[in-house]
Ligand binder design. Sequence first.
Ligand code: TXA
Ligand code: MG
Length: 321
Amino acid sequence: MNLVTATTEAIARGAKIIRSGGLVAFPTETVYGLGADAFNALAVARVFEVKNRPQFDPLIVHVADKKMVDELCTAVNDRARKLIDRFWPGPLTLVLPKRAAVPDIVTAGLPTVAVRMPAHPVALRLIEQSRTPIAAPSANPFGYLSPTSAEHVAEYLGDKVDLILDGGPCPIGVESTVLDVTQPEATVLRPGGLPVEEIERVIGEVRVITGDVDEPQSPGQLPRHYSPRTPIRILKAEEPTIEPGKNIGLLAFRKPDRIGPFTRVEVLSEKGDLREAAARFFSCLHRLDKAGLDIIYVEPVPEVGLGRAIMNRLMKAAGRP
Ligand code: TXA
Ligand code: MG
């Protein structure tokens, strides 16, 4: 079995695997990543293969210290430096101008590279001991829910990865906020674990792109061997009409007053706390998806703070049949 508790020895083994061009899944504070040596193009190619990504989307490169940023980027402007000082390690990914040494497969040919320092002791130690930055997308097959536990990764990718380091559930639970700081106007490309409001407190107003820049995809491209995902609908004010004999799930934001017509209900946060809701979001959806339901209704959450990241992922999930 390639799923092991992330002990000191296991992390050392993981670092060896990274150095020899292998793939290691590891915990971060946001979601589990599927990592490869960012300077080894062949290893990175295997990441895309294992994920079954139909096109080469650019990956986030994870660093353990600021020196590694200089190996990857030609320049770190003042704005980026301020954000790094304030929010790293943490769920903020910065898009910066890349060095030629960064393989094109990492950045999908872009002149920029996305970099972040994860706030997770296992991730940091793995990168440190690998002595190289680690390129890592979320450790899920293309088009599927992001993994927030080692079991999710094992279920999804199993033996296709050389090692899965189990560091327990991810405390934040949604992916990092991706911010492009190469443009005159800093732009959020993906809302995530660091609320936009907190970024604005440090560098002033930023632009937020609300379009689907993350993993653009059409359902027709999805490989056939994935088990069909349960359709998701955002719950409107009125109660949904239920066809007899259908099993309906509900992903509720707060504890609902009554169960209603639902076969199975998962509650993101009993007291309506957005941070707790984000941390539980993917695992609640995983459970509902495995419950043999015909459809999952989802109660919208307020679009402030981490709620923006949750709604961004919900709209995407609902957009796919
Ligand atoms: O929290 C996270 O960010 C997790 C953990 C593992 O760190 N990683 C993650 O990676 O979510 P992934 O591959 O699922 O998403 C990477 C996002 C995509 O939206 C991609 O388009 C964007 O980062 N990205 C990467 N490089 C970029 C670049 N050079 N310019 C613009 N966007 C970029
Ligand atoms: Mg992803």
